[in-house]
Design a protein around this ligand. Structure first.
Ligand SMILES: Nc1ncnc2c1ncn2[C@@H]1O[C@H](COP(=O)(O)OP(=O)(O)OP(=O)(O)O)[C@@H](O)[C@H]1O
Ligand SMILES: [Mg+2]
Length: 331
């Protein structure tokens, strides 16, 4: 089956007074039906920018400077405004990073769920109300009828997050982009929300692009992982081989500092000496060069390496590095 979403060579720049910020550079990845792909990287590495560019909801100061996004083989950039509007919230939807921006404080929860339904489906008010209650019940909110009447301020953070997922999935989208869906929640509630995302994948075949900087979240539910560094994908692979034999020195540093036996318990990205580069001044070489323990002369001389497939144990492994860490043969 072809991927439900393909991102090809996508680059995004923000215009600022100080000059352009190259927030995303030549990103390529694909997402299959029923798959959870985690996009993991430090703050400011371009994760949200990638999510927003799929739905073409980037701020005005941003422009897509290369590449394209294909949804079911159709180029999203070539759709009309109406076509895009139809796809948003219906076939591709997003849970936003900022929980406050996600819900309207002065509209009841039920009305907010109904709104997304009536804006995409020709249904009567009563039917929309029932569908909204269904969507809330799907997220296993207790007493959906009561919750529907409540305003976001009256509910807990975990409940608001369930409501946002209910809104994002009310119309059974093919793709859900979940931008840090659990980072504002405490650990128990986090686990419950991750469980709901897994259930969506299992029961409805929803493809999920899970944006996070939490390796614990990645280890718990992702099948594939794309590691982003300074606006570019450094490495992409299925979760097990990536955790077992990371090839990019950045991925390697991230994982090497983590406890080996139980990587499920790790959470925040570990600190690596040095800092990521300024995206306003990214240069032409590999962005990890100043922090890289394996840099060669070539890395200082040549252009930034492209993300290339590796012919190793896993079919979907690709890395952007001239001197990848050697794969340790598994014994
Ligand atoms: N509206 C904007 N105008 C200018 N620069 C921006 C804008 N939005 C983001 N950026 C810059 O683009 C880069 C990527 O930002 P982005 O929000 O995509 O990162 P992120 O990986 O989602 O970070 P975080 O983990 O903190 O959410 C950062 O350097 C950021 O400062
Ligand atoms: Mg972000």
């Amino acid at each position: 089956m072809p991927p439900v979403l393909s991102i090809e060579d996508l680059s995004v720049e923000y215009r600022t007074r100080e000059g352009p910020i190259r927030a995303l550079r030549h990103a390529t990845l694909s997402l299959e039906r029923g798959q959870i792909l985690a996009l993991v990287g430090e703050s400011g590495s371009g994760k949200t920018t990638l999510g927003l560019s799929i739905l073409r909801i980037l701020p005005r100061s941003a422009s897509i400077t290369s590449g394209r996004v294909l949804y079911q083989r159709r180029d999203i950039g070539e759709l009309s405004r109406d076509e895009l509007q139809q796809i948003r919230g219906d076939q591709i939807s997003m849970i936003f990073q900022d929980p406050i921006a996600g819900l309207n404080p002065i509209i009841s929860v039920g009305d907010q769920v109904q709104e997304v339904i009536t804006s995409h489906r020709p249904v009567e008010k009563r039917e929309a109300r029932e569908l909204a209650l269904d969507a809330l019940a799907q997220m296993r909110l207790p007493d959906p009828a009561r919750i529907a009447k409540a305003f976001p301020g009256e509910l807990s953070g975990g409940m608001c997050q369930r409501i946002m997922i209910a809104i994002a999935t009310a119309l059974d989208p093919q793709i859900l982009i979940a931008d840090e869906p659990t980072s504002s929640l405490d650990v128990t509630v986090q686990a419950q929300i991750l469980y709901e995302l897994e259930r969506l994948r299992d029961e409805r075949g929803t493809a999920i692009l899970l944006i996070t900087h939490d390796m614990g979240v990645v280890a718990q539910i992702a099948e594939r992982v794309a590691v982003v560094y300074a606006g570019a994908i450094a490495e992409i692979d299925e979760i097990r081989p990536l955790f077992r034999t990371p090839r990019h020195p950045y991925t390697w540093s991230l994982l090497d500092t983590l406890p080996r036996l139980d990587r499920r318990r790790i959470s925040r990205l570990p600190q690596i000496p040095g800092a990521p580069p300024d995206l306003a001044d990214i240069g032409e070489h590999c962005p990890f060069l100043p922090r890289c323990p394996k840099a060669l002369t070539r890395c200082r001389e040549d252009e930034e390496p492209q993300l290339l497939s590796l012919s190793d144990s896993s079919a979907h492994h690709a890395v952007a590095c001239y001197n990848p860490v050697e794969a340790i043969p598994s014994t």
